[in-house]
Write a protein that binds this ligand. Structure first.
Ligand code: SF4
Length: 457
């Protein structure tokens, strides 16, 4: 099983555990509400926000609809400036390339800045197996690594941890208690990570965007660790999904105006770094080697289909923070990498619906995710499409397909509608749903069916 595939009942089993865990519920509620509120206020402060979202959507789709050209242009521009570009079809291919670069560099320690792509391909495990120690340097990722867990939010990996949880994890490394206060926690993390930046042989980062016109990669962080990881070690390896390219710097500027506002409510993240090639003669810092790994890993299957809109995602996290399902179920239910509405759409598309059949159902279809998406991805419509595919491809269980088929048939005529609703009322009186219906209704408060439809307008 790859990092992305998941057992069929994973979502419901983990979601049920999380719902009963008041500690996690409290942390999730508080953090997602804060991010949601920050985003709303930041958007309200931009009068032209709808026009900006449309420009961002158009910029993303222009590249996605001509991706081969942009990959070639980016590769040519970066190689002209001394960088190396490797196009990896699969996770194994990407891991093998990164491992080989580390082997050639004689690396014993790799410092990593946050990269969801490295989670997607299971890079840490591959490097550890090759004898390279990997240390996460994004604070949230570091906390999750100390806990031996996976990120549960694409923007805030440790969103389900409280200050007390973090204090306990950092205290173990310190060998003495660290108070659960913001300044003490950040000072402890700084002490623990500073030497890693200085000692690392290789720095590994993600890439928020790649600019095909200039061959630059753009890193967006709030902690500055991305700059240290990409400039102090002798070798820098950046991992980037093939869809993260933008055409030029003006398009990048549009997306940057939306990224931080939509994720955390900031006008701009604290550090926005553009890197164009390795260190050149006469420059004082920067790596001697820069390698950019561009990953496909299933993305090209979406090109030319209506699902290609999902490739426009800029990983801002806004759809997670507004989703009533994510806010209760938490990130782990979706799998170890992508979660919330963007994960529920993207994961089945990357690994195949049969490997993640429960995710298209992890939504109330309220549409809040679509409204919050800065690049206007119609997330809830894509989820509905995926549900249709589950039926068309006969992946949904027979009883589900038969049930919805009968329902559709019954409600296609006035007589069928009347008979089925009467039957429904009678069955409700006899104790409600049976079989799979009873499982579905568990945890839901179903209203009683009225004797007749009332128009409430
Ligand atoms: S789908 Fe949209 S809202 Fe969700 S993370 Fe991606 S860009 Fe942000």
């Amino acid at each position: 099983m790859t990092e992305l595939e998941q057992p069929p009942r994973r979502f419901s089993e983990i979601a049920r555990l999380k719902l009963a865990d008041t500690h996690t519920q409290g942390a999730l509620d508080m953090s997602t509400a804060r991010l949601y509120g920050n985003r709303t206020a930041a958007w309200q402060a931009v009068p032209e926000i709808e026009a900006l979202r449309q420009r961002a959507h158009d910029a993303r789709m222009r590249v996605i609809d001509d991706l081969d050209t942009h990959v070639a242009r980016f590769t040519e521009a970066l190689e002209a400036r001394g960088g190396h570009v490797h196009f990896a079809r699969t996770a194994d291919d990407a891991n093998a390339y990164v491992t080989e670069v580390c082997r050639r560099a004689g690396a014993k320690l790799a410092a990593k800045s946050k990269s969801m792509l490295s989670e997607e391909i299971g890079l840490n495990g591959a490097l550890e197996a090759a004898g390279v120690r990997v240390v996460e340097t994004d604070l949230g990722e570091y906390i999750v690594q100390l806990a031996g867990e996976h990120p549960v939010h694409i923007l805030a990996p440790a969103i389900e941890k409280t200050a007390q949880d973090v204090a306990e994890l950092l205290s173990r490394v310190e060998g003495k208690p660290v108070p659960a206060e913001l300044e003490a926690l950040t000072q402890a993390a700084r002490r623990q990570l500073r030497q890693v930046f200085l000692d690392a042989d290789v720095g590994i980062t993600g890439a928020n965007f790649g600019v095909s016109e200039t061959g630059s990669i753009c890193l967006v962080t709030n902690e500055g660790n991305g700059r240290l990881v990409s400039s102090l070690p002798r070798v820098h390896i950046a991992l980037m999904g093939m869809e993260r390219l933008v055409a030029d710097l003006p398009d990048l500027a549009v997306l940057l105006r939306l990224l931080a506002r939509s994720g955390t409510g900031q006008r701009l993240s604290v550090y926005t770094t553009l890197l164009t090639g390795p260190r050149r003669a006469g420059e004082e810092d920067g790596p001697e080697e820069l390698h950019v790994v561009i990953l496909d890993n299933g993305r090209s299957n979406l090109l030319g289909t209506h699902y290609r809109e999902m490739l426009a995602c800029i990983r801002c996290g806004a759809c997670l923070n507004v989703c009533p399902v994510y806010r209760k179920a938490g990130g782990a239910a979706y799998g170890p990498v992508y979660s919330g509405p963007m994960g529920a759409v993207l994961l089945p598309l990357l690994v195949g619906l049969e490997q993640a059949p429960s995710l298209p159902h992890a939504s109330s279809l309220c549409g809040a995710c679509t409204d919050a998406c800065p690049v206007k991805i119609p997330l809830h419509e894509l989820l509905l499409e995926l549900r249709k595919d589950l039926v068309d491809q006969r992946i949904a269980p027979w009883w589900e397909r038969a049930g919805f088929g009968l329902w559709s048939l019954a409600w296609s005529s006035p007589l069928g509608y009347r008979v089925s609703t009467r039957l429904g009322r009678a069955l409700q009186g006899l104790g409600g749903l049976a079989g799979p219906g009873r499982v579905w209704a568990r945890g839901r408060a179903l209203p009683r069916l009225g004797r007749r439809y009332r128009d409430r307008r």
